[in-house]
Design a protein around this ligand. Structure first.
Ligand code: ADP
Ligand code: MG
Length: 732
């Protein structure tokens, strides 16, 4: 008895391991949902006359001639098989496999797959995979001869037709059990029953069947995900929290009165949304997105002050120490006397700031923990060290998460445990998120958006510097840097690595980031490209084009106090050129820095570059961003860089980013190296499907939160929620 949970091993024996390795499949259900990548139509299989060299092809043809002979200049034998489809001829070549002449006989038809090469002007496939269609002994599936031929995502060890055969066998034997999609939903959306959908997707007779099957199976993916998210919303709403409203004559009012600028309309509007949320018993779950420099921090600070006014505390969680320290400094500056309760210059209504990081000294830490524990510190800023058990709040009312990376369900529950009622949560991000992604990945977050930059900001000009096509431009890059410095400005030089002997690239915390997208680029060893490591570049600049300037380095492996020291000196204008890793990517705010030079820019993703670029042009001087790359003119990497250079619109870039990456990457599956659950659903294309599924899921869960009358659906949602491949559901 085979069902969806039966281990693949029972069905396939040793091939199961190959499938597990290639696709992460463990059960028969996994294999059943391995859908064809495309379908070959019998009538329109690639005509042999049109084969393009170097392409991996599957052709159907008839064997015309078989010729086996010893090789001329070497030992061994050569088997040449000529096949034809009426339009052209193709040679199949096998070395030392003369025995295949017994299988491959003139007059037989088959499917042949391999990479097209050319030898003395004749196109050929060397050692192709093949399946003979009319060879009974080989067990060819007669169904392969009619309708559409499914072509599966395959590997060399398991070619498409072996997968096809296994799936066909499975389809005939498996007991699918009850359909997880409730009948009323299925009928109302005009979707096929599951069994028919699976048959149509794996063995269609015509295209309309494929379309109908995709419609059903795509909906399933959206629906189960939305059911799981709806369940989480219901659970969250069951646990009321304390409303937190600012009081008249309190800190917030005093802060607004001393603010040196007027809030933009967007800041006003988003603040109003946030205050409305904070006044409710349902914990706020809000995502605040806005361009780098759009002024999110002020919005967050006002929310924190409202919470302090109501008698509670607010925590600001930053991804790195550098950022936590910088936030502490800039919030201290913005608050002035309002943040210095108990000090000589402290205002009457004042509160106190506490900074908690992993590297602080014992005495300072003890004092900070005390301030937080007794409630004297209304605003607590820190890294993940805030989540440790020893950090106890007096009354935690709001958590602000700056740049959402790595704030998952565990972190959230750690913070939850530190408060008597669930804290309100505000997540800030400078990477804009398309609406469909917000509905799925961020399914339980409301979103607010800041669309304008505070006035007086000059735009940032971005130029791609292709060192291969324009080697002379590199000199110009360093000249530009000198010019900026001599007019009193500062420059960042960003490198993907810390030191040249690193195999891995390094990000803000010294953890590996994605390797080169473009092998070509990484292979290049031309000037200032393919070599960019902080420890190498800084001395190369100091001895070379930037001799005489004050140059220093910043990266994740420096001790925390050294990092802080470098940042402070850079902010104070004591460093002209800062050579750094992406440690400066988020939040670092030095208005006098006007130029950002990114070396090996092709090593970075679109949103990273956009973030980096946001570090310059924060003051009244225009910003300049130079993306130095060795990637070739028509590569995907160059397309990415040109995209970044062509627009400052973060939303357009987010879209480009999503289009360039596979969905699985978006959903975090690439980190674990395993495939995501989404096989057919595409977040950008299937906005309507996701919206429909969300509406249906919400209605169903509202009526039956425990899914008592839908056991099969409950099992599917449970499985999704429990699977670590679905970590993206917890990205918030
Ligand atoms: P974000 O966190 O969105 O990148 P910040 O909050 O750090 O942006 O703001 C960037 C800079 O703009 C800060 O120096 C901040 O003090 C300043 N700023 C914020 N809001 C305004 C405003 N309404 N008018 C002028 N300057 C502002
Ligand atoms: Mg910020």
């Amino acid at each position: 008895m085979v069902d969806q949970s039966t281990p693949l091993r029972k069905l396939l024996g040793s091939s199961a391991a190959t499938l597990e390795k290639a696709f992460g499949y463990a059960t028969c259900g996994d294999l059943l949902h391995h859908y064809p990548r495309r379908y070959a139509e019998r009538a329109v299989l690639t005509p042999l006359a049109e084969l393009a060299e170097d392409e991996y092809v599957t052709v159907m043809a008839e064997i015309a001639k078989v010729d086996s002979r010893p090789m001329r200049n070497r030992r061994g034998s050569l088997l040449e098989v000529w096949v034809t489809d009426g339009s052209g001829r193709l040679k199949l070549t096998f070395f030392n496999q003369a025995w295949r002449a017994k299988q491959l006989r003139p007059g037989m038809r088959g499917l042949f797959a391999g990479r097209v090469s050319s030898f003395r002007g004749v196109r050929q496939l060397t050692h192709p995979d093949y399946q003979l269609l009319d060879d009974d002994t080989d067990g060819a599936d007669p169904r392969l001869l009619s309708g559409l031929i499914p072509v599966y995502p395959a590997t060399t060890k398991l070619p498409s037709w072996n997968l096809a055969k296994a799936i066909q066998t499975l389809l005939d034997t498996i007991d699918l059990g009850p359909d997880a999609l409730p009948e009323p939903v299925r009928a109302a959306r005009d979707l096929l029953p599951l069994e028919r959908a699976l048959h149509f997707v794996h063995r269609p007779d015509e295209w309309s069947q494929v379309t109908a099957a995709h419609k059903r199976l795509r909906f399933d993916e959206a629906f189960v995900m939305q059911v799981e998210l709806a369940r989480r919303r219901v659970l969250a709403a069951l646990e009321p929290t304390t409303p937190r409203a600012a009081r008249p004559g309190g800190l917030l009012e005093a802060f607004d009165a001393q603010l040196p600028f007027t809030l933009t309309d967007g800041q006003q509007q988003v603040s109003a949304e946030v205050f409305a949320d904070l006044g409710r018993e349902v914990p706020m779950q809000r995502l605040l997105q806005g361009e780098v420099g759009s002024g999110k921090t002020v919005v967050a600070l006002r929310a924190m002050l409202a919470v302090v006014d109501s008698g509670g505390q607010a925590a600001l969680l930053a991804p790195t120490e550098v950022l936590a320290q910088q936030h502490a400094r800039s919030i201290d500056a913005l608050l002035g006397p309002l943040g210095r309760q108990g000090q000589l210059d402290g205002a009457e209504t004042a509160t106190r700031l506490a900074l908690i990081t992993g590297s602080m000294g014992a005495a300072a830490r003890r004092q900070a923990l005390l301030d937080v524990g007794v409630g004297d510190a209304g605003i607590v800023i820190g890294t993940h060290a805030l989540l440790e058990r020893t950090v106890q709040f007096f009354d935690l009312g709001l958590v602000v998460v700056d740049e959402q990376h790595r704030f998952g369900v565990e972190q959230r529950s750690a913070l939850r445990d530190k408060a008597s009622t669930p804290p309100h949560v505000l997540v800030m991000t400078a990477t804009p998120i398309p609406r469909t992604v917000a509905m799925t990945v961020y399914g339980d977050l409301e979103t607010s958006t800041l669309r304008e930059l505070p006035g007086g900001r000059k735009p940032i000009a971005t130029t791609v510097v292709p060192v291969r096509d324009q080697p002379a431009w590199v000199d110009r890059v360093w000249e530009r840097a000198r010019e900026e410095v001599s007019s009193g400005r500062q420059v960042y030089v960003v490198c993907p690595r810390i030191s040249g002997d690193d195999d891995t690239l390094a990000d803000a915390d010294g953890e590996p980031v994605a390797p080169a997208a473009d092998d070509e680029a990484s292979a290049a060893r031309e000037s200032w490209a393919g070599v960019a490591a902080v420890n190498d570049v800084a001395p190369m600049l100091a001895d070379g084009p930037l001799v005489g300037l004050r140059i220093d380095m910043l990266h994740g492996r420096l001790p925390a106090d050294a990092k802080d020291d470098v940042m402070r000196r850079f902010a104070a204008g004591e460093i002209d050129v800062l050579v750094a890793t992406t440690v400066i990517e988020v939040g670092v705010d030095v208005a006098n820095a006007t130029t950002m030079i990114v070396l090996d820019a092709d090593r970075f993703g679109i949103s990273q570059l956009h973030q980096l670029r946001g570090r310059v042009g924060r003051g009244s001087h225009g910003g300049l961003c130079l993306l130095v790359t060795a990637s070739s003119a028509d590569s995907a990497a160059r397309e990415r860089l040109d995209g970044v250079a062509s627009t400052l619109d973060g939303f357009a870039l987010a879209r480009l980013d999503l289009e360039q990456r596979r969905e699985g990457d978006v959903l975090g599956a690439s980190q674990s190296g395993r495939r995501s659950h989404l096989r057919l659903l595409r977040l950008l294309r299937d906005e309507d499907v996701i919206a429909d599924a969300r509406a249906d899921a919400q209605a169903l869960v509202d009526a039956d939160p425990a899914l008592e009358s839908h056991p099969a659906l409950r099992a599917a949602a449970d499985a999704l929620g429990a699977d670590d491949r679905a970590d993206y559901l917890e990205k918030t």
